[in-house]
Design a protein around this ligand. Structure first.
Ligand SMILES: [Fe+2]
Length: 220
């Protein structure tokens, strides 16, 4: 950063941050943080519920505006009716409540999807203010830290080349991956002041016969 930039209070490069507490998600309000992760282990009841829901064999995708008050009923109506699923409903309701509290929202756009292929296989930024992502089963979201990428190669900047050849990923870069159960907040391009600084991420590959259970929350 030049002396001139520093004197005008230019932002530092975006960084990721991690917390072992739910309350740590508030770290997303730091100007230079574009990815905030609550690292956690799913409890065994939730893990079992996820397994049973995925094993019900009904590929499903819920896409609904919910509030902290109605999310449990909405999920109870739409999820496969298997024993023990309440632990998963409770966990999702907790995340809806936390997301709405954090951003002072009455409602959130919830998507809960059983996924058997990479939905967004290329690295990209989201055109949203801030999205919550949790993978309950299967491989979780991958991302690049700022030192590992050349933003000029995002989107059309790739000149028709794959991410492996376009120069988007720097030679010595490590592709980072969020862990199953972790709760990630990803700032997008529409967070005020975050244009050109959105968290760069992609869906992981999914092997044949493998499923992911993916939750996203957006500002409704
Ligand atoms: Fe995305």
């Amino acid at each position: 950063m030049s002396v001139l930039e520093e004197s005008f209070g230019a932002l530092r490069s975006p960084v990721s941050d991690f917390s072992e507490e739910l309350s740590g998600l508030a770290g997303i309000y730091q100007d230079d943080v574009n990815l905030m992760v609550w690292q956690r282990q799913l409890d065994s009841d939730t893990e079992k519920a996820v397994f049973k829901v995925l094993s019900a064999g009904k590929s499903f995708s819920l896409n609904q505006i919910v509030s902290p008050e109605n999310v449990s009923d909405a999920l109870a109506r739409r999820l496969p009716n298997v024993d023990g699923r309440d632990a998963l409903i409770r966990d999702i309701a907790l995340l809806v409540d936390a997301y709405c509290c954090l951003f002072d929202l009455n409602t959130a756009g919830l998507r809960l999807t059983q996924v058997d292929r990479a939905m967004c296989p290329r690295f990209h930024v989201d055109q949203v203010p801030c999205r919550l992502i949790t993978t309950y089963a299967g491989p979780a979201t991958q991302w690049l830290d700022e030192q590992s990428l050349n933003r000029q190669k995002l989107g059309r900047g790739n000149n028709g080349q794959s991410d492996s050849y376009s120069g988007l990923i720097r030679a010595d870069a490590d592709v980072q991956q969020i862990s199953v159960g972790d709760v990630a907040l990803l700032k997008g391009e529409r967070w005020e002041g975050n244009e050109g600084r959105g968290a760069v991420h992609r869906s992981p590959g999914v092997d044949d016969g493998q499923y992911r259970l993916l939750l996203t929350l957006d500002m409704a």
